[in-house]
Design a protein around this ligand. Structure first.
Ligand SMILES: [Zn+2]
Length: 162
């Protein structure tokens, strides 16, 4: 079976605010979801995609890299540089808005790949930014939470709690 493009959950869908569950078993369903999320991300020209954005509240993200789709299972950011930089972000779940978000310039992340192998990775710049944005999704955090409420369109204001 070939991968399919999945519908994207749009804000304020409740799943976007849930803390996603850890993945305990890398079964066929997860393998399948990785392929579908990769295809969906590429089709929508996203820099990354988190499982809650396609309706699965589990700790899985995919990132669009120059080497192709990188899947990260149970990703955990273990270090964030003190030094931050602003950068423009958007989100497939928030189609009408972009904003400047300050993120750590460099991070270290630990995750499992599709072969259930534990990987430790250092990331910088845009790559680090995308991972931080996607891992936030697994904790119910959206990039609008970092923006000044005043600058947000009214429909995004009420639920911006952080
Ligand atoms: Zn997003």
């Amino acid at each position: 079976m070939s991968a399919k493009i999945l519908p994207i959950k749009i804000y304020p869908d409740k799943i976007l605010r849930q803390k996603a569950a850890k993945i305990n078993r890398l079964d066929k369903k997860i393998q399948r979801l990785i392929l579908d999320m990769g295809k969906t991300m590429l089709a929508k020209e996203g820099a990354g995609l988190a499982a809650p954005q396609v309706g699965e509240s589990i700790r899985l993200i995919v990132v669009n890299t120059k080497n192709g789709v990188l899947a990260m299972i149970n990703p955990k950011i273990t270090r964030r540089s003190w030094s931050k930089e602003p950068g423009e972000e958007g989100c497939l779940s928030l189609p009408d808005i972009i904003g400047q978000v300050k993120r750590s310039k460099k991070i270290k992340v630990i995750y499992y790949n599709e072969d259930n192998k534990q990987i430790k990775l250092s990331a910088a710049g845009l790559f680090a930014r995308v991972i931080q944005h996607e891992v936030d999704h697994l904790n119910g955090v959206l990039f609008i939470d970092y923006l000044k409420k005043k600058g947000l369109p009214a429909k995004f204001r009420e639920q911006t709690l952080r």
